[in-house]
Design a protein around this ligand. Structure first.
Ligand SMILES: O=C(O)COP(=O)(O)O
Ligand SMILES: [Mg+2]
Length: 221
């Protein structure tokens, strides 16, 4: 039985231009009204995630910075080590022209920069560093491999008294692979990366927020 919903943000409850989809917001609110808490699981920084939670109206915990930061009833925790990401970033900057994304001064566990270069070039340049590179299709992230959205979701759900098997998770890109893996019901939206679709129990017919609405109507509402 599904007791909570966990949603990614960019490309899942937003469209391809990062604009929030009203259809996703309405279905999230409908789930909350039924007593199903919604957990936000994103690569965005915690202040953005918290703001989204307030204005959308979600009551579940928060997973930010690809699992590097969490917030639950037990408080906030930084789980990722920004130091190793910073070292990799400093090296990368000497080799390739890159620019950090907005609000980077508030990013505390990883580094995110604009997608101006192919991800394989970044991976190759940083192959000797102990970091993970994600291409979310909205930004590139240098993340501490000790954390991911999946392990952090398990922690936040535990604080809510919910088992991972009781969670319906929806995502769109490669930084959602670990996130979907831990959830009982794995949903990829129609615009999702092929590898995420391959790992999903259900791939929505519709893209972006309309896909979230489709999945929630099918399995929760
Ligand atoms: O921060 C990003 O690059 C994408 O964020 P997301 O994990 O919510 O899709
Ligand atoms: Mg996404």
């Amino acid at each position: 039985m599904i007791k909570a919903v966990a949603v990614d943000v960019d490309g899942t409850i937003t469209d391809g231009k990062r604009r929030l989809c009203c259809s996703a917001i309405e279905s999230i609110r409908a789930a909350e009204e039924l007593g199903i808490p919604v957990i936000i699981v994103t690569g965005n920084i915690l202040p953005v995630t918290k703001t989204l939670s307030i204005f959308i109206g979600t009551s579940g915990g928060l997973v930010a910075e690809n699992g590097g930061v969490i917030e639950s009833s037990r408080g906030r925790m930084v789980l990722g080590d920004i130091q190793k990401c910073q070292e990799a970033y400093e090296f990368l900057k000497t080799k390739q022209p890159i620019e950090k994304v907005d609000f980077s001064d508030q990013r505390v566990s990883e580094i995110a920069f604009y997608r101006t270069l192919p991800v394989n070039l970044i991976k190759d340049t940083l192959k000797d560093f102990d970091v993970k590179i994600y291409d979310t299709k909205f930004a590139l992230h240098i993340t501490d491999p000790a954390v991911d959205k999946g392990t952090s979701l398990v922690r936040v759900a535990g604080d809510m008294g919910i088992l991972p098997e009781e969670i319906l998770a929806v995502g769109d890109s490669e930084n959602d692979l670990e996130f979907l893996k831990v959830a009982g019901l794995k949903v990829a939206v129609a615009n999702a990366a092929p590898e995420l679709k391959a790992s999903a129990d259900y791939v929505t017919q519709k893209p972006y927020g309309d896909g979230v609405k489709e999945a929630l109507e099918r399995f929760v509402l």
